[in-house]
Design a protein around this ligand. Structure first.
Ligand SMILES: [Zn+2]
Length: 255
């Protein structure tokens, strides 16, 4: 299976999961239709299904127009209102799509929205706007505790898991990460790597979970260095890592 990014809108990626032998594809989070339709036609791909991680318009607006061209099933979170959804999902289920070679596990990862889900298959995680490269999604509907639990769930996957998030936010996220952890050499190194990719106009994604654990401050709230940095910025002391996480998210919101 090959994974390709289709660029849409300002900085969103629609991920296409492609079986090159059979010329079939799944797409994830089509916030716009035409670039996706063009991509499928250019590569002579037969679309099998649309997968959606959460209800935000920049992940769903293309569904109806794509369905008019390709009448396929649409999978997405059971607890969110998404036009065109045919197969509501939650964590207890895994899905098998006719014609697609791998079964796909579902993870409930609320926080950014209350019903947000992720798709996990063959060591790849498609996590929408929950875990970003060097960052995490804003808390629009969920609580800090929910988001932190969701990130904890993702962290329990193998270190080599490839992380496919839905936005190209990595440069900005790493600038913030470096502000939080000035002496983290892994962040400095990652900034170099990501700058190189972006200068070549390549996506900075996927990352690996291992890289995220080493450089993403939102996965590092238990560390004394991150805690003291967040406390210094907030001007108060925190009792636990959820409070640190909450204050870190607030800091990033105003960055
Ligand atoms: Zn979103």
């Amino acid at each position: 299976m090959k994974v390709t990014a289709i660029r849409i809108l300002k900085d969103n990626y629609v991920w296409a999961l492609i079986d090159e032998e059979k010329k079939t594809a799944l797409i994830i989070d089509p916030g716009e239709a035409q670039p996706v339709i063009d991509f499928l036609q250019q590569h002579h791909l037969h679309l099998l299904a649309i997968l959606v991680t959460h209800h935000h318009w920049d992940h769903t607006n293309g569904i109806e127009a794509i369905k008019r061209q390709f009448p396929v099933p649409v999978y997405g979170p059971a607890n969110e209102n998404i036009t065109g959804l045919t197969h509501p999902l939650s964590e207890t289920e895994s899905i098998t799509i006719e014609g697609f070679p791998a079964s796909i596990a579902i993870l409930d990862i609320p926080g950014h929205t209350s019903g947000h889900i992720a798709y996990y298959l063959q060591g790849k995680l498609f996590c929408g706007d929950t875990l970003f490269a060097a960052g995490c999604g804003r808390l629009f509907e969920g609580t800090a505790t929910e988001m932190k639990d969701s990130l904890q769930k993702i962290m329990s996957l193998p270190d080599e898991t490839e992380i496919y998030c839905a936005h190209e936010y990595t440069v900005n996220n790493l600038r913030f990460a470096q502000l939080v952890e000035k002496d983290n050499a892994a962040i400095t190194e990652r900034i170099k790597q990501v700058n190189e990719l972006r200068h070549q106009n390549k996506p900075s994604l996927p990352s690996t979970l291992k890289e995220e654990k080493e450089t993403n401050p939102f996965l590092r709230c238990e560390l004394a260095t991150v805690k003291s940095s967040v406390e210094k910025h907030a001007g108060e002391k925190f009792d636990n890592s959820v409070e640190v996480f909450k204050a870190l998210r607030k800091w990033k919101d105003s960055f």
